[in-house]
Write a protein that binds this ligand. Structure first.
Ligand SMILES: [Zn+2]
Length: 368
């Protein structure tokens, strides 16, 4: 437990309607209300709100409507994040009391709750990024690049050699996962936003159904060429054997069809070797044709990809319904969760159970 001496929230800015609204509604709902307001004279109104949020903002007249909307979003998220601590004693009893009196709890979980189950997290010393760094892969400069879409497309084998370590299915849920399930069983869990991307996140394995997998899931693979979906389970032998899974349905058929056609076009059928349908042959075929190679990519969100399609709507709905935020084992540093707190009304208490503090957030109750 630690005490903090954050701001007391009694500054005179509270007289300002826009600021007050963000604190009452959270950033996402605030922005949505502005856009939904029929009386909004678009750009003029957005300029006024931005000046409400930051009186020193200049040059707004020259900005396009898209730029204004981006700026408004950025400012609202910034202000949404500047919470004042709610006055609650920072004790375990206070945390337990909050949990027991709350009925719409949002749990935000991350890799930290699965470390004691044997799955490494990303950012701790000895975590996945640290391990990648030590191996000095020539294909990447920074460990995070392993989750860049461009890196994956260029070096899928590199990705899978790392992914192997986080995908085995023999892990079992621990106390934190079972605790979230217990909240669900007692009808007090509104939703569990997990950033975990295991084959089956341990939250799901523990039986948590009210789950939003913010970074997608490793449970499915998608063909980069034709979009066909597969169960990762069906390819675990390929991945664990150090290989890269390749589309076995449409794209292999397409490969066969085009190779056959070439054979039948040929005048000398007798000398043609049997069609090689190994993964390597298929990869080489599409590669030499300068086409997308039918590698299978897990349906987790890579940097450069859009977040889970339900995420924004869920946050809008849940932020207005929740009465407690419980953060379990995440530094909340990766989008979209890095902005999550900004969308939560400031009156909703936040309890953080983490090994490391969260940058820029003064929780109401925290502990490790
Ligand atoms: Zn395919």
């Amino acid at each position: 437990m630690h005490h903090d001496d954050g701001t007391d929230g009694t500054d005179k800015d509270l007289d300002n309607n826009s600021l007050r609204s963000i604190r009452e509604l959270g950033a996402a709902t605030f922005i949505k209300r502005i856009y939904d307001d029929d009386s909004t004279d678009d750009s003029t109104d957005i300029r006024r709100v931005i000046r409400d949020l930051d009186s020193e903002c200049t040059g707004l007249e020259r900005k396009s409507s898209v730029q204004l909307k981006q700026l408004l979003k950025r400012k609202a998220i910034q202000i949404g994040k500047q919470r004042s601590r709610i006055s609650i004693p920072e004790t375990y009893d206070a945390a337990i009391n909050l949990i027991s009196i709350s009925s719409n709890i949002l749990v935000v979980s991350g890799a930290g709750i699965s470390v004691n189950r044997g799955i490494p997290d990303f950012r701790s010393p000895d975590g996945i990024y640290d391990q990648i760094k030590r191996r000095n892969y020539p294909e990447i400069d920074e460990p995070e690049q392993i989750f860049d879409l461009a890196t994956f497309v260029a070096h899928p084998r590199l990705f899978y050699s790392v992914a192997k370590n986080i995908m085995p299915t023999h892990f079992s849920p621990g106390p934190a996962h079972k605790f979230v399930k217990a909240l669900q069983d007692s009808d007090t869990l509104l939703r569990n936003y997990t950033q975990n991307i295991g084959m089956s996140p341990l939250e799901r394995k523990a039986g948590v159904d009210l789950l939003l997998e913010c970074h997608g899931t490793f449970a499915f693979l998608e063909c980069l060429r034709c979009g066909e979906m597969y169960n990762t389970d069906d390819f675990s032998h390929v991945i664990l054997g150090g290989g890269v899974p390749v589309c076995t349905k449409k794209c292999i058929k397409e490969y066969r069809r085009r190779r056959k056609k070439r054979k039948s076009d040929s005048t000398d059928n007798n000398t043609v070797a049997p069609l090689d349908v190994s993964d390597d042959a298929v990869i080489t075929f599409f590669d030499t044709k300068n086409e997308d190679i039918p590698y299978l990519k897990p349906t987790i969100t890579f940097f450069g990809e859009d977040v889970h399609s339900d995420y924004e709507q869920r946050v809008l709905d849940d932020s207005q319904a929740t009465d407690l935020i419980l953060v379990l084992g995440t530094s909340m540093s990766v989008a979209p969760i890095s902005e999550f707190i900004s969308h939560i009304p400031h009156k909703v208490p936040i309890v953080v159970i983490n090994k490391t503090p969260i940058k820029g957030l003064e929780p109401d109750v925290s502990g490790a």
